[in-house]
Design a protein around this ligand. Sequence first.
Ligand code: HEM
Length: 59
Amino acid sequence: MRPPPANLTLPPWSEQTNAVRTYLAIRDGVPGTAMPAWRMLGDQKIWELVAYITSLASR
Ligand code: HEM
């Protein structure tokens, strides 16, 4: 894939992101990339994913 999926565990991504950006990327997808929208998951599950992804980051 171009661009490839982000490695959410490593800088620079893990240092530059924040909870709202992560939430919006999951809910709406990332235009111009292979990242699809996951709106069908609903608010609760998307925020759970934000918490999980945040916990993976090595800073
Ligand atoms: C529930 C499953 C998924 C979650 C929670 C997820 C989450 C994320 C997040 C948080 C980002 C970072 C966006 C940012 O730059 O701020 C991302 C990026 C990306 N994801 Fe996913 N993703 C999922 C599934 C997928 C799938 C199935 C694909 C490919 C078919 C994909 C392709 C990508 C790509 C290409 C990017 C990089 C976008 C960029 O360069 O900015 N993702 N994803």
